[in-house]
Design a binder for this molecule. Structure first.
Ligand SMILES: Cc1ncc(COP(=O)(O)O)c(C=O)c1O
Length: 340
């Protein structure tokens, strides 16, 4: 594929590891994990891969300021703020939720980066794109050159991050003599990761099914959203995607108590993976996705002889605001966020 311009921000390639102990504990297929939680410290997780392409576009357009949005504990907002500072840009974040007395998790890092933060309500979040446009307009009047990045950087530019990752996975599979994967599984929150993986895997001839485990909304919502994303990608880059509608596969049913809300069994699984593998999943995305994967294995969707690649998309900082919940206290959601 012809990749658009990219700036290097992520520590890649990230390793693919075999989860020996978890796989044998479950007694099912062999689970491999793509460690995209190792893309950096401040830049840990999947967002930095998308930002490599989105911020290249921002710089090309002469931006000096970036505006983006997400929940109060957004990994994407934090990664954008970190990347912005690394590039000498000013970050503006529009976050859904109300801050508590002391920031925690990603929000603490946003504060340390001295990002400009505007807190909005759940209702206002419905109009987030409009709010960001107004903010950009005001900044333009003051002489700045703002660039808006949508929620999750999941637009047709950001998608390239996971097309690139798919190519990386295939190269590793060949070089490291890894098996053909019977399935790739990721958490889906805004759809960009799943869309990019699909485009990349199909473009490089891999028919592996990609299952997104949605952590909010439902399967129908993401089928539509990912379909639209693929369409925009085709239009903008004039490249075929070789992805059919049937390729967009969601495994629904693991939103649980709601976005960023945790059930005790999800937190138990996070502890199990930490204890068996020394790997930290997060409560909002990868913990729910891994919980879904294990549950689906138990329900027989995946067979013993199969090889599954789980994409660890990061999120470690969201563990900290959950400290009381991990200790058996009530669930606080995404640190005072009222969810979606
Ligand atoms: C840690 C983590 N995993 C997974 C996702 C979901 O990725 P996407 O938004 O591309 O669906 C996100 C962000 O939404 C995330 O922060």
């Amino acid at each position: 594929m012809r990749f658009p311009k990219r700036i290097r921000l992520a520590r890649i390639p990230t390793p693919i590891q075999r989860l020996e102990r978890l796989s044998s504990y479950i007694g099912g297929p062999t689970i491999y994990i793509k460690r995209d939680d190792l893309t950096g410290i401040g830049l840990t997780g999947n967002k930095v891969r998308k930002l490599e392409f989105v911020l290249a576009d921002a710089l090309r357009k002469g931006a000096d300021t970036v505006i983006t949005t997400g929940g109060i504990g957004s990994n994407h907002a934090r990664a954008t703020a970190v990347a912005a500072r690394q590039l000498g840009l000013h970050p503006h974040l529009v976050l859904r939720g109300q801050p508590g007395p002391a920031p925690d998790g990603n929000l603490l890092l946003d504060a340390l980066l001295n990002a400009d933060i505007t807190f909005i309500s759940r209702e206002e979040y419905e109009r987030r794109d409009e709010i960001m446009s107004q903010m950009a307009e005001e900044l333009r009047k003051k002489g700045y050159c703002p660039y808006i990045i949508p929620e999750g950087a999941s637009n047709e530019i950001g998608v390239w991050g996971y097309v690139y990752a798919a190519r990386e996975i295939i190269q590793q599979q060949e070089r490291e003599h890894l098996p053909e994967f019977d399935a790739v599984v990721c958490a889906t929150g805004s759809g960009g990761t799943q869309a990019g993986l699909l485009i990349g895997l199909r473009a490089y001839g891999r028919k592996w099914p990609v299952y997104g485990i949605n952590v909010c909304d439902d399967a129908r919502y993401f089928q539509k959203r990912i379909g639209e994303l693929l369409e925009k990608f085709r239009e903008r880059y004039h490249q075929p995607t070789y992805v059919t509608e049937d390729d967009i596969q969601l495994i629904d049913g693991y939103v649980g108590e709601g976005y960023s809300r945790s059930r005790p069994e999800e937190l138990e699984l996070i502890k199990l993976v930490a204890r068996l593998e020394g790997i930290f999943l997060d409560p909002t995305y990868t913990g729910k996705a891994m919980y879904g994967l294990v549950d689906q294995i138990e329900k027989g969707r995946f067979k013993e002889k199969q090889n599954i690649l789980f994409i660890h998309t990061g999120g470690i900082f969201s563990l900290f605001p959950k400290r009381a919940t991990f200790m058996g206290g009530p669930d606080v959601g995404e640190f005072y966020d009222d969810g979606k």
